[in-house]
Design a binder for this molecule. Structure first.
Ligand code: ATP
Length: 606
């Protein structure tokens, strides 16, 4: 049987086809995998730049492009015939000689760019001070050296980005920006998907390279696996190398904290870690987040990610408040009252739950009897808004052992008063950072980061955390900021904007409208009439994402809300206000619209 690896774009490409074409393509792939009668066979590509590239006729007018070596087939893409042939001729494939992952080169474009680079090349070239040996040690392909030697400016390197594999472009971009060889090498290291030493790299071994590239290829051994990979959303199968390394690490001896800006995949990593622990861990897993609605969302996504029922059952998903309630209810035999006579506050219940757990084990920080702990592994999302008391409860709910706590969060997205330094709570963590936002187009990301401004915020480990080094995976449209003379005109503008989006075909579920206060959110709801778009406060948009987001009332006197007089409290309140607006802005996958009446919020002046 052929060994078939699926490329990351394939599930979406197939879903976008007309149903009959899609069905034919999937049947053809099943036949190909099983080598049964009627299976498509690889067809050579005349004029291919890489002799290993072939196409498979999958359905009427559609072909798959495969890279083939002996019985290994890497299915890169499914396209209408003419585009498939063009794609097949255009690219060549290789293996990074340092980290051993697969590389895809847009060879045709690079051939076109080379004469232009040669013509514009200055006398002194950007990489002149670096010898060939050093470039090769960074994994730069020997065939690319001639081209790279022509590069004169940092802008040349940026212009080459779409045509180079990321493993070639990333170290060059670091060097072009003035980084050292060591910095460039560290950047290359982030493209590794595992911590295992790959040993000597055989650049002729496509199979080994594909196995080292889980972001680029997923092997499917049989029809069941093929159907599963094709049927699931891409996020279930393909993680970036850094995300993969963090989520699938065999073992962490100490608690782990993953931080990262908006849309960098922290929640995705938390979900995959929970799934990994459910499959390979050594006991019940708790996945905990900020609110009940986020917990419901995570739970639904875990159902998709973990098809096996028994494995799925090993993960409980909850928020911290309900966790405390459940622990107390379990002990007392009935649900504690939250209102009326005898009611306890959520804070009191959290303390009570901690006391109960500590009693069970003898001591809060000492695992006298780890079997009495309700969970073996705890994964925490939205860590920045979990209170110290809740952290103590979480710490007490799992034994001190390997893979006990895996925490993700972003201190810049804090929307509550909470400020915790995990170390001070007896949770020393090893910190990792995600730096690429997959949700936000570069234009929305840079707008949101500038608007976030306000200097460093309190980090989750200790000290301050700065928002820098974050980049976007793609480009898109610039945010729109509109000023109106009155609140009525602003709401009419909102209604017209949302109507236009719906008329363009954006589904209502892909649109969110946000406002700073519940009252403004109610006004916006009213202005929108019957439309089923989500309308909420900035803070309640936390953790969610939409195609388009409209934020209203981003006006002076509203954002920020008037801060308290005490200077310390004032500074913290302003940081929180910035955090809320940043959270709201960063929910937009493609388009962000902000409006104000009268003068705009001072946060908009950057
Ligand atoms: N490697 C990736 N490739 C493609 N898409 C990705 C990747 N990682 C994350 N995404 C997508 O980016 C979006 C943001 O991911 P996620 O919600 O996990 O980020 P986050 O860091 O938790 O965001 P936030 O903190 O802003 O709520 C999701 O749509 C997710 O599927």
């Amino acid at each position: 049987m052929p060994r078939l690896a699926i490329g990351p774009e394939l599930p979406e490409e197939l879903r976008a086809l007309d149903p009959p074409v899609r069905r034919d393509a999937v049947v053809a792939l099943r036949r190909f995998l099983l080598r049964v009668a009627g299976a498509p066979h690889p067809e050579r590509v005349r004029g291919a730049r890489d002799a290993r590239v072939a196409t498979l006729r999958l359905a009427g007018g559609h072909r798959g492009v495969v890279v083939r070596q002996r019985d290994v087939y890497w299915l890169r893409t499914v396209l209408p015939d003419p585009q498939a042939w063009a794609h097949a001729r255009r690219h060549r494939y290789g293996v990074n000689p340092v980290i051993g992952v697969v590389e895809e080169w847009d060879a045709e474009s690079l051939e076109r760019v080379e004469p232009a680079l040669r013509r514009s090349a200055g006398a002194s070239r950007l990489f002149d001070p670096i010898c060939d040996g050093d470039l090769l040690a960074l994994g730069i392909d020997v065939r690319a050296l001639r081209l790279i030697r022509l590069v004169t400016t940092e802008a040349d390197v940026a212009a080459l980005e779409p045509f180079l594999p990321p493993t070639q472009h990333a170290p060059l971009a670091v060097l072009a920006g003035g980084g050292s060889l060591h910095d460039a090498w560290r950047e290359l290291e982030t493209c590794r998907a595992t911590d295992e030493d790959p040993g000597p790299i055989d650049t002729g071994d496509l199979h080994a390279a594909l196995l080292r590239s889980p972001d680029r290829a997923a092997f499917v051994a049989d029809k069941v696996e093929l159907d599963r990979v094709l049927g699931m959303p891409g996020w279930c199968t393909f993680l970036s190398p850094t995300q993969h390394r963090l989520a699938r690490a065999a073992r962490y001896d100490h608690p782990v904290l993953v931080v990262g800006g908006a849309g960098t995949g922290k929640t995705l990593v938390a979900l995959h870690r929970a799934a990994h622990l459910a499959a390979r861990g050594s006991g019940p897993v708790l996945l905990v987040t900020f609110s009940q609605s986020l917990a419901e969302d995570l739970s639904a996504r875990l159902d998709t990610l973990i098809p096996d029922e028994a494995t799925r059952k090993r993960v409980e998903v909850d928020n911290c408040e309900r966790l405390a309630l459940r622990i107390v209810a379990h002990e007392e035999g009935r649900r504690p009252t939250l209102v009326g006579p005898g009611a306890r506050t959520l804070a009191e219940l959290t303390d009570e739950a901690l006391r109960l757990l500590s009693r069970a084990t003898g001591d809060l920080l000492d695992d006298v009897d780890p079997r009495r702990k309700p969970y073996r592994h705890i994964v925490v999302d939205e860590a920045q808004d979990i209170s110290p008391a809740q952290w103590r409860l979480l710490r007490a709910a799992a034994p001190h052992a390997h893979d006990d706590l895996f925490v993700v969060g972003d201190p810049h997205q804090r929307v509550t008063e909470t400020r915790v330094a995990l170390g001070a709570l007896g949770i020393p963590v090893a910190q990792h950072t995600l730096r690429v936002s997959y949700r936000l187009p570069a234009e929305v990301l840079s707008f949101a980061v500038r608007l976030r401004g306000g200097g460093p915020v309190d980090g989750l480990v200790r000290g301050a955390s700065e928002l820098h080094g974050l980049r976007a995976a793609r480009h898109g449209e610039r945010p729109v900021v509109r000023g109106y003379d009155s609140a009525e005109a602003e709401l009419a503008g909102l209604a017209a904007t949302v109507r236009a989006w719906l008329e363009e075909g954006v589904p209502a579920a892909g649109i969110a409208v946000g406002a700073r206060t519940p009252r403004l959110a109610r006004d916006a709801r009213q202005a929108l009439g019957e439309t089923e778009v989500r309308v909420s406060t900035f803070a309640n948009l936390k953790g969610l994402e939409f195609e388009r987001v409209a934020l209203v009332g981003v006006s002076e006197g509203v954002v920020p809300q008037p801060p308290p007089g005490d200077p310390g409290a004032r500074a913290r309140a302003l940081q929180r206000e910035r955090g809320m607006l940043y959270v709201a802005c960063t929910r937009a996958r493609s388009l962000l619209y902000l409006s104000h009446s009268g003068r705009g919020s001072p946060f908009l002046s950057f």
